[in-house]
Design a protein around this ligand. Sequence first.
Ligand code: FES
Length: 184
Amino acid sequence: MNNNNTEIIPSMMITDEEIDFRQYLSSEELSVIEHEVSIMETREAAGIEALKVVQKHRGWISDNSLIAIAQCLQISSAQLEGVATFYNLIYRQKVGHYVIHLCDSISCHLTGYDEILKVIQTYLGIGYGQTTPDGEFTLLSNVCLGSCDKSPAMMINGQHYHSLTNESVVSILNGLSQNAGENV
Ligand code: FES
């Protein structure tokens, strides 16, 4: 990997730009969102699931996606932004195909976090909040992942990896890198 990296820039301010959510969201996205709304007490309560489904299809939640989802739920963009900000697995900036969440809480710090971080940063040539130039990997820190008895730990695209060593991290990244060319 080279060291030219693409730094994630802060999301633009939400605007009042007119978006027709029926045009913007796909029929599949709309259908899942409406299902979630139908099983919740309020439309607002479907916010997190709505964000998740759009992120699943688009990789991240752009400002326009946020506005469209808010319109669909009949809540304000600011309300939905609050939900998105609270939930750290909703990405408000473009991320890579693989999103690495490295736990930086106490147990992991005591069992080799610093070394693991160094290995990842050296391998990928990026720091926290950055994405590799090929768009494959984004590195983010994370609070405790719940594997304290098997620390250090990280999560990549929802899959948990624990009892990490320098060697196992390189092996994991090698494996994912080999898939890189297959990702569209
Ligand atoms: S402190 Fe890292 S998994 Fe709990």
